[in-house]
Write a protein that binds this ligand. Structure first.
Ligand code: GLY
Length: 263
């Protein structure tokens, strides 16, 4: 029997004080799963909890770009082979909802004003996101991976972008294989310095390390990814979930993360 599971993180960098906030998202996802929701529904609603919490750099808590703008990225991928992502959206408190609504469209991703126009046509909330100044040790992303009762998995990620980046800069979060990856039987999500994560194609390569039998476990693959693919000094964290067992997390810096698995 498949055991339902959730694993989530609150970004590479922030301290343990964000753990309670993060746990709320895991609790929401697990309650949804227990009441029959799909992996997609649970991952999206948990991600919305994190986007609505101003302590996280995503949605409402998105940090200012260098010019004072607030531009949000989000992505979702499913184990049945669908992807949706949005890049640099303004006035969108919950970009993960827009990304999720792309899952059943003939296009995968949208960016900037085109993404906002597309969201307007479909009634997604259009409201200014106040944003905030980056603070030292700030997190950069939120991520949730869910496995539902049918064994389907979904991975949702969202960010205001790493601190001190210009408008128009694209990080890892909306790039498949970099900030997130889902295959039939496993999923990986990354957080931290997007440039380094992107150069490493980190999420895909960590997942592939297991599918190619070069590592025996996701934990071993994550350790390999952080040690071998991330240069010294770059703060990066990972969460991962396979087709059985609980989710796992590993970071080379402080990263609040939490997991749940069905009894
Ligand atoms: N990891 C988030 C970013 O680089 O934008």
């Amino acid at each position: 029997m498949v055991k339902m599971a959730v694993v989530a993180h609150g970004g590479a960098g922030p301290g343990p004080e964000r753990q309670t906030n993060l746990q709320r998202a895991v609790d929401v996802a697990s309650e949804l799963l227990l009441s029959g929701s799909s992996a997609i529904e649970a991952a999206v609603e948990a991600c919305v909890i994190l986007e609505d919490d101003p302590v996280f750099n995503a949605g409402t808590g998105g940090v200012f770009r260098n010019d004072g703008s607030v531009l949000l990225d989000a992505s979702i991928q499913t184990s049945d082979g669908r992807i949706g992502f949005v890049i640099a959206m303004s006035d969108t408190p919950n970009p993960i909802r827009v990304a999720a609504s792309l899952l059943d469209e003939p296009i995968n991703g949208l960016t900037g004003s085109g993404a906002r126009a597309w969201a307007d046509e479909r009634g997604h909330v259009n409201r200014a996101v106040e944003g905030r100044e980056p603070i030292e040790g700030d997190g950069d992303t939120v991520g949730v991976i869910v496995r539902d009762s049918s064994g389907e998995m979904a991975c949702a990620t969202s960010t205001g972008g790493c601190s001190h980046r210009p408008p128009g800069r694209v990080g890892d979060v909306p790039l498949p294989g970099s900030g997130f990856w889902v295959e039939n039987s496993r999923s990986v999500a990354a957080t931290g310095e997007g440039e380094e994560i992107t150069k490493a194609l980190l999420s895909y390569r960590v997942s592939n390390r297991v599918s190619s039998s070069q590592c025996d476990s996701l934990m071993e693959a994550m350790r390999w990814g952080l040690d071998e693919l991330i240069p010294n000094g770059a703060s990066v964290g990972l969460i991962a979930l396979g087709n059985e067992g609980p989710g796992v997390g590993l970071s080379n810096t402080v990263m609040p993360w939490a997991s749940w698995i069905e009894d």
